[in-house]
Design a protein around this ligand. Structure first.
Ligand code: DGI
Ligand code: FE
Ligand code: FE
Ligand code: FE
Length: 190
């Protein structure tokens, strides 16, 4: 496994400035959430550090890499190549950064759409990605940020449903997994 320090140096080159700043924000926010909810702090930081490692690869190249390494894409990913960075990121975390921890790799894999039945680390990364200090666009951040530290599942549901509302308002295609994840946590809350 490559050291956190080496990964950071590599990402500083692979990512543009704002994405690198976002990455640092997610890494430290994931650590804080791990402290609040009794998760493994080191795993949270490693997953946060690597979650967007494939984000700055041009879409064309993302598709080519998936083809080359036989990474199967869903129809939603083919239609919205921006979604691919989660799956490709998990692949690169394993192959390029030699991460072997399956929980860390899984948290990277599901960080964009979520997935029904996420584990604690998955939720922490999904949420940290949304609330890190550099984010400012989502409408309910002042409510969601403190909620994440008190009630992880309530915060998760709010984020999922706000994300769906946002996607619907922009007319972007919804990945069925995003929809299923929201439905799952809605049903769980009832
Ligand atoms: O990579 P980040 O920008 O840090 O965050 P992310 O990996 O959560 O991706 C964010 C974008 O992905 C955000 O604008 C919402 C979008 N997204 C999430 N689910 C879906 C989706 N986009 C489409 N088209 N369909 C989805 O179901
Ligand atoms: Fe992402
Ligand atoms: Fe996200
Ligand atoms: Fe991100």
């Amino acid at each position: 496994e490559t050291s956190m320090d080496e990964i950071r140096k590599s990402l500083k080159k692979e990512l543009d400035k704002s994405r690198y700043e976002h990455t640092m924000g997610v890494m430290y926010t994931a650590a804080a959430l791990a402290m609040a909810h009794g998760a493994d702090q080191k795993k949270a930081m490693l997953a946060g550090l690597l979650h967007d490692c494939a984000k700055c690869i041009p879409n064309e190249e993302k598709m080519e890499l998936c083809k080359k390494y036989h990474i199967e894409l869903t129809q939603a990913e083919i239609d919205n190549p921006a979604l691919i960075h989660a799956k490709l990121g998990a692949f690169l975390a394993r192959k390029k950064y030699h991460v072997t921890d399956e929980e860390v790799l899984h948290a990277i894999l599901v960080h964009t759409t979520g997935e029904p039945g996420m584990n604690l680390l998955d939720k922490i990364i999904y949420i940290a990605d949304y609330i890190e200090p550099g984010r400012d666009k989502a409408k309910n951040l002042p409510v969601v940020r403190p909620l994440c530290f008190r009630d992880l599942d309530a915060a998760l549901l709010k984020i999922l449903s706000d994300t769906l509302d946002y996607l619907k308002s922009t007319g972007k295609e919804i990945d069925p997994l995003t929809e299923q994840t929201c439905q799952y946590y809605k049903a769980k809350a009832e």
